[in-house]
Write a protein that binds this ligand. Structure first.
Ligand SMILES: Cc1cc2nc3c(=O)[nH]c(=O)nc-3n(C[C@H](O)[C@H](O)[C@H](O)COP(=O)(O)OP(=O)(O)OC[C@H]3O[C@@H](n4cnc5c(N)ncnc54)[C@H](O)[C@@H]3O)c2cc1C
Length: 404
């Protein structure tokens, strides 16, 4: 019989590696499996919010991550008609008043190395194909290299991101949920690259946005993301690649990229944003990060949620081992903690999206913010989740938007 681990973690992205680090530090026997070999790329905008920086700091990794990152203190919003408003990044904690852009090829590898250095075991090139309960343990079937292999553990964390195959096979999800679609590429040799994070609503159908995230004075991660759910499916292109190509054809992007060159392939990937309705546990199984639908449904950022939910899951699992209680009760408590932290934002997101479905409102909102500091701060606090998202729809905010 294979070794019995305390915890097996399936997926070694930011969620899986953070959980592996925390659990290994708590003295548990942890095995992380990933279908990829590391370092590996993950299609992403590479943006780390102040909340992600805070978690990295508590893990003792912040300085190493920042030494590979470009930090920006302002976000520039560009309206469909081209008006701009630049707002300072605001965080509750003044140590993290920036957005850091760091390639996932580097970030995810640093996180995984940190987990391994703290005692977790890692096996790459191990695609998990099935998972089942067997008396008081979980049996994890994987194809490792080309060989079928079986691992066993008391608890399993699923951290497989937007890839839903395993969750559907296990019956945790009945079918893949509606997802955002996004596409990005790296460009180098850009001569006039503004050193701020750009969120652009020009040239991208709503609800969606394009981005320019500078990685250096001449290199940027450029991409576009859309939500095709509900009535948006009437006018949305089917693929994020089409949206991305159209975004690059806008006059401002053509000017920006004159003389620049593509640095690597253009890549697209879906984004799960369905946490409000998503399961977060099953018998002896906890779901974290994007596997639990935890990506901000308005901005599409999920690295911070992945690491925060990993932290909550690790606390819960440590308590389960301390008490010897592996029943559904502590798993329901895990779900409850996630709901308390995030449910409201995800429930409100449909209304928020309806608001910025509308080019008239987005034009007004950016134009008004260009000369109102209070409005810029209000947007930033909502985007950074320092404030209740309902503030975006409050009569006070809407009056400022409409009256300027
Ligand atoms: C184009 C795009 C841009 C984005 N931009 C940003 C951004 O700027 N900032 C931000 O915060 N978020 C962004 N996101 C979202 C962010 O990438 C994810 O939310 C984040 O990676 C989730 O982390 P995770 O650990 O949950 O999953 P992931 O990072 O997706 O990691 C999942 C891991 O599981 C492994 N895996 C999957 N299935 C199996 C299996 N069966 N067996 C073994 N291993 C498996 C995968 O190989 C992978 O390594 C973006 C997403 C996209 C698509």
């Amino acid at each position: 019989m294979a070794d019995l681990h305390d915890v097996i973690i399936i997926g070694a992205g930011p969620g899986g590696s953070t959980a592996a680090y925390e659990l290994a530090r708590a003295g548990l026997d942890v095995l992380a499996l990933d279908k990829a070999t590391f370092p590996r790329d993950k299609t992403c905008g590479d943006g780390l919010t102040p909340r992600a920086l805070r978690v990295l700091d508590t893990m003792g990794l912040l300085d190493r991550v920042l030494s590979a990152a470009a930090c920006h203190h302002t976000i520039t919003f560009v309206a469909p008609r081209g008006h701009t408003a630049s707002a300072d990044v605001i965080s509750h904690d003044e140590r993290y008043q920036s957005v850091a852009i760091v390639p996932r090829l580097i970030l995810d590898n640093l996180l995984l190395e940190h987990a391994v250095a703290s005692g977790a075991q890692f096996i790459g090139s191990a695609r998990v194909t099935d998972l089942r309960r067997e008396s008081d343990c979980m049996v994890v079937e994987a194809i490792q290299g080309k060989q079928p292999v079986t691992h066993r553990s008391r608890i399993v964390i699923i951290a497989t991101g937007a890839s839903t195959g395993l969750l559907v096979k296990m019956g945790i999800l009945r079918r893949p949920p509606a997802m955002m679609l996004a596409c990005r590429a790296y460009y180098d040799g850009i001569t006039h690259l503004d050193q701020s994070v750009q969120c652009r609503f020009d040239g991208v159908p709503l609800p969606g946005y394009g981005w320019v995230f500078p990685l250096s004075p001449t290199r940027a991660n450029i991409g576009a993301g859309i939500f095709r759910g509900g009535i948006a499916s009437w006018w949305m292109p089917e693929s994020a690649r089409t949206v991305f190509d159209n975004f690059l054809r806008t006059p401002s992007l053509r000017r920006l990229l004159e003389g620049a060159h593509l640095d690597g392939p253009v890549k697209g990937y879906p984004i799960r944003i369905d946490f409000a309705r998503a399961p977060t546990y099953a018998e002896r199984v906890l779901l974290i990060g994007e596997a639990a639908g935890l990506v901000n449904p308005v901005t599409g950022e999920g690295i911070d949620y992945a690491m925060e939910s990993a932290h909550i899951a690790a606390e819960q699992i440590t308590a389960m081992f301390a008490s010897g209680d592996f029943s559904l009760t502590p798993l329901r408590a895990y779900d409850h903690r996630l709901r308390q932290a995030y449910q409201r934002l995800f429930r409100l997101s449909d209304r928020l999206r309806l608001c910025y479905l509308n080019p008239f409102i987005v034009n007004r909102a950016v134009q008004a913010a260009s000369h109102r500091r209070d409005l810029r701060d209000a947007y930033m606090n909502i985007v950074m989740e320092n404030d209740d998202p309902l503030q975006a729809l409050s009569p006070n905010t809407l009056a400022k938007v409409l009256l300027g």
